[in-house]
Design a protein. Structure first.
Length: 294
């Protein structure tokens, strides 16, 4: 049985689904909003929260940064990107607050400098975003840190995923099925990829969802996902590109509750007569030709 360990928590078949609240950039550059999102994840009984880190001038070209784009931060895409980016002061506060709140945090890093920056906080793992799956140098740099890796696979072919797995190696690796549309349509989700990944790669497989509802994320757990990531927001109507594909606090709590109910209901696959069925059987069954033994 393949499994990975994040902090003190084992993740894989036979273990409870590891639920990640993706804060990402839904904090809108506001550390107080980030802390409220951490609080919401804690209340929902999530295992971890995840942020994002970019070195803006490395990830984006000067042409892209100068592109017109209206936002609360200004009139260019660069002003938006810099406005959303947390620095050392903010991440130090995130680290402190998550420790105080007893919840794990980590980040997806979009460039090597960001990996080195986040490494100072001794995070327990790294997430590789779908957009970074084909960046071999970044993959190798993240692997060099010696932490478990969560690999998202949206907008990627099987050949590209195979190559990324070859670059990373399968040790301490989990793969997350994902569809990189925001929000994703239900007909785009293709949850049957989850058991295919499990058979093809032999590593823990999870699901990173961007749909508007909850039912398909819960279904992913029944399909074999041992890890679930969804974006969290205080209000889906808030400004921000990821808000519409996110889940509000009450919905997040309901989703985690229903995941735990589904895990309980899955059972062990051994058919038996439950003790509470026996009096019903005696009351309703007229003929029993084989017997009611186990």
């Amino acid at each position: 049985m393949s499994e990975i360990k994040i902090g003190n928590t084992l993740i894989g078949d036979g273990h409870p689904c590891y639920v990640i609240a993706e804060i990402g950039i839904n904090h809108n550059g506001d550390i107080n909003l980030a802390k409220k999102l951490v609080d919401a994840a804690v209340t929902a009984k999530c295992n971890a929260v995840k942020f994002q880190k970019r070195t803006i001038e490395v990830v984006y070209s000067s042409e892209e940064l100068s592109r017109p784009r209206e936002s609360p931060f200004g009139s260019t895409n660069g002003e938006l990107k810099y406005g959303l980016e947390f620095g050392k002061k903010e991440f130090a506060e995130i680290d402190r607050y998550c420790k105080q709140s007893n919840i794990t945090w980590f980040s997806s890093c979009w460039d090597e400098f960001s990996v080195d920056f986040i490494e100072q906080f001794k995070v327990p793992c790294y997430k590789i975003a779908s957009a970074s799956l084909t960046d071999d140098n970044l993959l190798r740099h993240i692997r060099s840190k010696g932490h478990p890796i969560l690999l998202s696979t949206g907008m990627s072919t099987l050949e590209q995923i195979d190559h990324a797995v070859e670059v990373l190696g399968k040790e301490d690796l989990a793969i997350l099925h994902s569809t990189s549309t925001y929000p994703a349509l239900y007909e785009e989700l293709n949850l049957r990829v989850i058991p295919m990944y499990k058979q093809r790669y032999g590593v823990p497989v999870g699901y990173s969802g961007h749909e508007t509802g909850l039912s398909t994320s819960i279904a992913s757990v029944a399909m074999g996902a041992c890890m679930l990531e969804r974006h969290i927001t205080l209000d889906r109507a808030m400004w921000g590109s990821d808000q519409a594909a996110s889940v509000e606090p009450q919905g997040f709590a309901h989703m985690v509750r229903d995941i735990r109910l589904v895990e309980t209901a899955m059972g062990d696959g051994v058919k038996r007569i439950n003790e509470r069925e026996v009096p019903i059987m005696k009351k309703l069954r007229r003929v029993d030709t084989i017997g009611s033994g186990e």
